[in-house]
Design a protein around this ligand. Structure first.
Ligand code: ADP
Ligand code: MG
Length: 335
C-alpha cells in the first residue's frame, strides 16, 4: 500500500535535513535575525545548546497576523517564486527553518514589529501549537529552543558532548561576526560571555579578538573591484600559516562557505610564498552575481555560473597584495 505521510511526519523528516545539531538551529535562527535587519543579536546557550538556545534580535519582528504562518513549512517572506532564486540577497529563502526546528524541539517565540503596539508570544512543541498570546515586548524577535530532539530519541543520541556542540556554535557565531561586522553580537555560554563585538564595522578588531596578536600583526587589506566582482577583507602575510584550511574564512554574498575554487585561487595567489601543505589566514568577502546558493539545505556550498572568472579574480586580488607599491616586507620561506 502507498501512504501519503501526514504533516507531522513530513516535517520531522524535513527537519533532519535542516536540523542536524544545535549549531544548525543557531545558524538558521541567526540567519533570520540577520535577514531581519538587526543591529544587535544576543545568543545564549546552555550545555552546548542541547538544553537551551535563546536568540534575541532587534530586527523587524513578525506581525501578529503572520506569526503562526511563519512556522508553516515553505513559509517565507523572502522569495515569491523560483525566478527570485538567482538574485537572492537574503540568507534564508527555503521557508523550512522555523517549521523544522519547531518539529523537533520546544520552541517559544516572542516578537513585535515597530508598527504594532503589542507583541505576540507563541509556543510550539513538536510541531503542535501550545500557546498563543498577545503581550508587551520590545521591538524585534526572541526565540527560545528547549530540549532539542526530545521527541526523536534516536537523533538525540547522536548529539555529542555539550562541549563539542558548544564549540560548533561558538565557531559559527565567530564566522557570522566576521561576515557581519556591522552587527553587534554577544555570545553567552552557560552564563559566561564568550564573544562580544561592537558592530563598528571593523573587521581587523574582530580578527584580533578571535585570533590574537600573531595573525593580527600580519594582516593586509584586500580591496579589489572588477566588473562584476568585489573582493574585500584581510589576508595574513605568509609568515603565519597553518597545515589545514581552517583559517580560510570565505564569505560569498554574506554567506560563510567552503569553496575549493576560491581556496585554491587564494593559495595560488600566494604562489611559492606558501610552503607545501601550508595554508594562509584570510577573512574575505566576495560579492558577485551568478551564484547558486540553492545547492544544499544547509547552504554551506555555492555554485558559480563562471568558475574561471571567480578563480582568476580571486588569484589576482591576492597577488595584488604582494605587488602593491606599499610593498610588504616579504619574509623568505625557511627563515
Ligand atoms: P526563511 O528564512 O527561509 O524565509 P524561516 O522558516 O527561517 O524561512 O522563517 C520563516 C519566515 O519567518 C521568514 O521568511 C521571516 O519572514 C520570518 N522570520 C523568522 N525569523 C525572523 C526574525 N528573527 N525576525 C523577523 N522575521 C523573522
Ligand atoms: Mg530562515
Amino acid at each position: 500500500m502507498i501512504n501519503i505521510l501526514d504533516k507531522n511526519t513530513v516535517d520531522k523528516i524535513a527537519a533532519g535535513e535542516v536540523v542536524e545539531r544545535p549549531a544548525s538551529i543557531v545558524k538558521e535562527i541567526l540567519e533570520n535575525s540577520i535577514d531581519a535587519g538587526s543591529s544587535l543579536i544576543t545568543v545564549e546557550i546552555k550545555n552546548g545548546g542541547t538544553d537551551l538556545i535563546r536568540i534575541t534580535d532587534n530586527g523587524c519582528g513578525i506581525a501578529a497576523s503572520e506569526v503562526k504562518k511563519a512556522f508553516l513549512r515553505h513559509a517565507t517572506s523572502k522569495i515569491i517564486s523560483d525566478k527570485d532564486l538567482i538574485s537572492i540577497k537574503s540568507l534564508g529563502f527555503r521557508g523550512e527553518a522555523l517549521s523544522s526546528i519547531a518539529a523537533v524541539s520546544r520552541c517559544e517565540m516572542i516578537t513585535k514589529t515597530k508598527d504594532e503596539l503589542t507583541g505576540v508570544r507563541y509556543c510550539i512543541e513538536g510541531g503542535t501549537e501550545v500557546e498563543y498570546e498577545e503581550i508587551g515586548a520590545p521591538d524585534g524577535t526572541s526565540i527560545i529552543i528547549r530540549d532539542i530532539f526530545y521527541n526523536t530519541p534516536a537523533r538525540r543520541k547522536f548529539l555529542k558532548s555539550a562541549s563539542t556542540e558548544g564549540a560548533h556554535i561558538s565557531e559559527l557565531v565567530e564566522k557570522l561576526a566576521m561576515s557581519n561586522t556591522n552587527i553587534a553580537f554577544k555570545f553567552i555560554s552557560n552564563g559566561q560571555i564568550k564573544l562580544q563585538t561592537n558592530g563598528s564595522g571593523n573587521l581587523k578588531d574582530i580578527v584580533y579578538q578571535l585570533y590574537g596578536k600573531e595573525i593580527s600583526k600580519a594582516l593586509c587589506n584586500v580591496d579589489y573591484k572588477k566588473d562584476g566582482i568585489k573582493i574585500s577583507g584581510v589576508v595574513a602575510r605568509p609568515e603565519v600559516t597553518r597545515s589545514s584550511r581552517n583559517l580560510e574564512n570565505i564569505f560569498v554574498n554574506g554567506r560563510y562557505v567552503k569553496d575549493n575554487i576560491i581556496s585554491k585561487a587564494i593559495e595560488d595567489g600566494f604562489g611559492d610564498r606558501l610552503m607545501q601543505h601550508q595554508y594562509p589566514f584570510c577573512a574575505l568577502k566576495f560579492e558577485l552575481d551568478g551564484v547558486d546558493v540553492n545547492v544544499h539545505p544547509r547552504k554551506m556550498e555555492v555554485r558559480f555560473s563562471d568558475r574561471n572568472f571567480v578563480y582568476d579574480n580571486t588569484k589576482e586580488a591576492v597577488e595584488e597584495i604582494f605587488t602593491a607599491q606599499s610593498a610588504i616586507r616579504e619574509v623568505p620561506i625557511g627563515k
